[in-house]
Design a protein around this ligand. Structure first.
Ligand code: ZN
Length: 551
């Protein structure tokens, strides 16, 4: 019986893979279906994301090993949060001994579930909704946005718990009820024990303190203290991001946080080179291209920039497209007092540049710009993207209790990524004016930025980063800042390029400062659709991997 059920799931998967090719004759069907799965698998270049730790002390190695174990639990918890049936499908496929099932298993592991964000969040295996439910597995599957908002209106006392970043929402008869993460996910207690154990081996006092407080947070869902302590880890060889962190998985409201684990080994040499950005953060803040009244005194003291190589990488950051840098923590209260910490994942960035950005540049860029596409410019742009997340207002102007994140609800992620990207480009203008980079470096930056837009659009236009890049490309093309040359290749107009970048940056910063949810919607609507030219260019990139498959 069990085998029959497994085979049924398996066949259903292939039926879905074939649904776009209805005209295929029955005898050719298997061939076509297989090639569709292969094609999607080929979009992910296999790599193993890890790094050499042989130079660490024995105690440090022990810490890394224990944190990686805790990361593995975070990885499994993310599976549970992302979709309601991902784990069941994965485990069923693992039991089938057939090459096709193995491939499907590899693909479901890439996405942590049966939905593929590069193809409109469409289901590719198993029986269930055709498109990924926006609520993930964090709210009841039949809950609508309208019902949730209406419920909160009628039950204002429950608003705080229902909108909490650290509760799962379930039905309780006619009512909604919340379960705190540490009860909904009891494995968090094991994670806490592993962190306590790691703390015993941590020689660095700031890391030891953080691990102890983080373990406590996993038992109580109170993260503030540990987030503050995380900001104190500055010059240690080992750092870690672990727990429920980012809000993208909750595509309905961006309220609930998703689990991930990143064990990082500091690249001290490369981190030193980044101090230049750190020294300029307040200068960037004071020269943002919008109304002076919105400009803050400081971007938040104590911002830390670090370049790391990733040893363990699992959960949310590893689902589909791999994160290459993170700006954390997300709590604006921590930002206000201690700033943020940006970690650039150097080994992941470099793998992406080699396997994706450079091949895209060769395919789409004007001949004379290809030699300007550079690995260092890619790293530098990503770094300034991360710096830019701390620029502009975290709270709406004149409303000191309304976080921009809250004001923009489900539109926040795309708008925030857009801000970080366009300011990442814009801030190069200041570096140039201050003589910290030269015109050649500026050209390299732009020649790397443009193929980078296509890299991100290929994540899928529904995904926050993908959407943010579609908007930049459409806007800059409409304004004539990015243009096609006579050979149909991409180039830019140096006379207006940076002005148009400033114009878009100003628009986004202003809508955030005003908490203008409607303006955000209009921008997403007007510039967020993939144009025919872009579609054609994207199609021409079909042989270039879209991302990495961390195996
Ligand atoms: Zn970002």
């Amino acid at each position: 019986m069990k085998n029959l059920r497994l085979i049924a799931i398996f066949l259903f998967a292939f039926a879905l893979f074939s649904c776009n090719k209805k005209e295929t004759s029955p005898q050719n069907k298997t061939e076509t279906e297989k090639s569709m799965l292969n094609e999607r698998l080929e979009a992910f270049s296999p790599v193993t994301i890890t790094t050499d730790i042989s130079w660490l002390t024995d105690n440090q190695k022990k810490v890394v090993e224990l944190l990686s174990k805790a990361g593995k639990i975070a990885d499994e918890l993310f599976w549970r949060q992302n979709t309601y049936d991902g784990i069941a499908l994965r485990d069923s496929l693992a039991k089938i001994d057939a090459p096709e099932a193995n491939e499907l298993l590899r693909y479901i592991k890439i996405w942590y579930g049966p939905y593929d964000a590069m193809f409109g969040e469409k289901r590719f295996v198993g029986n269930g909704p055709d498109v990924r439910p926006a609520q993930g597995n964090l709210y009841p599957q039949d809950l609508t946005k309208e019902e949730f908002e209406e419920y909160i209106k009628n039950n204002p006392d429950e608003k705080k718990d229902l909108e909490s970043q650290y509760t799962v929402v379930v039905r309780d008869g006619d009512k909604l009820k919340t379960i705190p993460y540490h009860e909904a996910y009891p494995e968090m207690l094991q994670m806490a024990d592993l962190l306590d154990e790691a703390a015993k081996y941590a020689d660095n006092p700031t890391l030891k303190n953080y691990l102890t407080l983080r373990a406590k947070a996993f038992r109580t869902d109170e993260y503030y203290e540990s987030d503050m302590a995380w900001m104190d880890i500055k010059d240690n060889d080992i750092d870690v991001v672990i727990g429920p962190i980012e809000n993208y998985t909750d595509a309905m409201f961006n309220y609930k946080t998703a689990f991930e684990g990143v064990v990082m080994i500091k690249d001290k040499e490369a981190s030193k080179l980044l101090d230049m950005y750190k020294d300029n953060i307040d200068y960037f803040e004071h020269h943002l291209p919008y109304d002076k009244k919105y400009i803050r005194k400081s971007a938040g003291g104590g911002n830390i920039l670090q370049v790391v190589n990733v040893y363990y990488f699992g959960g949310d950051c590893n689902g589909g497209t791999k994160t290459i840098a993170a700006s954390l923590p997300n709590d604006p209260r921590v930002h206000a007092t201690k700033g943020g910490k940006k970690s650039m994942y150097k080994n992941i960035m470099e793998a992406k540049f080699d396997k994706i950005v450079m091949p895209i540049a060769k395919a789409v860029m004007a001949e004379d710009l290809i030699p300007y596409c550079s690995k260092n410019s890619f790293t530098s742009f990503v770094t300034l993207h991360e710096v830019s997340h701390t620029l502009g207002r975290g709270y709406v102007y004149g409303k000191k209790d309304l976080a921009v994140r809250k004001a923009f609800k489900e539109r926040f992620s795309a708008i925030e990524e857009l801000k970080a990207d366009i300011l990442g480009m814009y801030n190069h203008k200041h570096l140039l004016e201050k003589g910290l980079i030269d015109e050649e470096e500026m050209k390299r930056t732009i020649a790397t930025y443009i193929p980078g837009l296509y890299r991100s659009i290929r994540f899928g236009a529904e995904e926050a980063h993908g959407k943010a890049n579609v908007i930049q490309l459409n806007f800059l093309m409409e304004k004539g800042a990015i243009i096609l040359d006579d050979n149909g290749k991409l180039t830019y107009n140096p006379d207006i390029f940076m002005d148009k970048v400033a114009e878009l940056a100003g628009m986004v910063l202003t809508m955030q400062a005003e908490g203008n949810y409607e303006a955000g919607g209009e921008l997403l609507e007007k510039y967020g659709q993939v144009s025919d030219i872009t579609k054609k260019i994207i199609e021409s990139l079909s042989n270039i991997p879209r991302d990495l498959d961390n195996q």
